[in-house]
Design a binder for this molecule. Structure first.
Ligand code: NAP
Length: 304
């Protein structure tokens, strides 16, 4: 047990959590930020960010590095540790992790989202062997090869754009004819010459012994299936909330998101929710940053 009592513990080191740390430290609150995998969050895996005010274009990793450095320079304490539970039944809140326990006056939950899986047989076995959820991390392994991207949102289109520059060809498989991604990115993709489209289609099988060798794609309109030989499949079919740790202390909506408005207040006093993990209409870097500021301000007010 760490004996120190923090003013604020932030769970999750993405854009929302790191922004909350910046605001809380600037108000001279003691802050511990707990992150289970890597500081920076999902945006670190985005090839390029072109819609954050003030930046015409910045790499996702550089953006998250800058935010992390800013929070660190202001005196935020960081631990790489997995939070398993939060107890609210005494004067201070106790955040329980794999490696210890931490006490604080207020908690900001900024746990973001986890990759949605296809649920297909072999998905887990072949992950890291041709199946990936991160084009920026793994794309270079498939330089000059034929690869595929599954999904029709901004992540899928951004991944396809990134991969089209380094791979021989990219097959984009999407379950509808229209892309969910913004028009600007979709138009950029349309201008590429090495992209193949399998629209109104779903991936229905993943095959390969040691590595992924082919995917089976079924057209939902014709009912026809075909095999496509690829060295890699990048799955970008959205995200799901990961709010297991707080399901017994704050109210969740039907989708598993924390019920909290723009003020980031949850159903439990002293627990605040920021970023993609809460109920909201628009999940973007800008709205995550806005939430970080709001949640920190609300937590500071609660403590004072
Ligand atoms: P998303 O917008 O939720 O898109 C997920 C895509 O996967 C959709 O095209 C969806 O199809 C498809 N899909 C969902 N479930 C599926 C399933 N079970 N089987 C097959 N396909 C499935 O997710 P995202 O692209 O990861 O983006 C998440 C958020 O981050 C969005 O708000 C996005 O705008 C934002 N983002 C922004 C940027 C940027 O602005 N630079 C970059 C990346 C992400 P349908 O379209 O038919 O629903």
């Amino acid at each position: 047990m760490n004996e120190k009592i923090y003013d604020i513990i932030i769970v999750g080191g993405g854009c929302a959590g790191l922004t909350a740390a910046v605001y809380a430290r600037r108000a001279e609150k003691s802050v511990l930020l707990l992150e289970k995998s890597a500081f920076g969050g999902q945006i670190a895996y985005s090839p390029e960010v072109e819609n954050f005010p003030g930046f015409t274009k910045i790499g996702g990793l550089e953006f998250s590095d800058r935010l992390y450095s800013q929070a660190k320079a202001l005196g935020t304490e960081f631990e790489l540790d997995n939070v398993t539970d939060i107890k609210t039944d005494s004067e201070y809140k106790t955040v329980i992790t794999d490696y210890g326990e931490y006490k604080c006056r207020a908690v900001i939950i900024a746990t973001g989202l986890a990759h949605r899986k296809t649920g297909l047989e072999n998905e887990k076995r072949l992950t890291g062997h041709g199946i990936s959820y991160c084009a920026v991390c793994d794309g270079a392994f498939f330089r000059g090869k034929d690869v595929a991207v599954y999904g029709g949102g901004n992540t899928a289109v951004g991944d396809a754009l990134f991969l089209s520059d380094i791979c021989k060809s990219v097959t984009v498989i999407h379950r509808r004819a229209e892309f969910r991604a913004d028009l600007y990115s979709t138009e950029k993709l349309r201008a590429k010459t090495n992209i193949h489209y399998e629209l109104n289609s779903e991936v229905c099988a993943l095959s390969g012994d040691e590595r992924l060798q082919k995917i089976t794609v079924r057209n939902k309109q014709t009912g026809e299936s075909k095999d496509i030989s690829v060295s890699a499949l990048f799955i970008a079919i959205g995200f799901l909330p990961q709010n297991e740790i707080c399901k017994n202390i704050v109210a969740l909506d039907d989708g598993g998101f924390i019920k909290a408005g723009e003020d980031c207040l949850t159903s439990c006093p002293g627990i605040f929710a920021a970023g993609d993990c809460r109920t909201k209409a628009l999940r973007q870097l800008t709205t995550a940053a806005a939430d970080g500021a709001s949640a920190a301000t609300a937590a500071i007010r609660y403590i004072d």
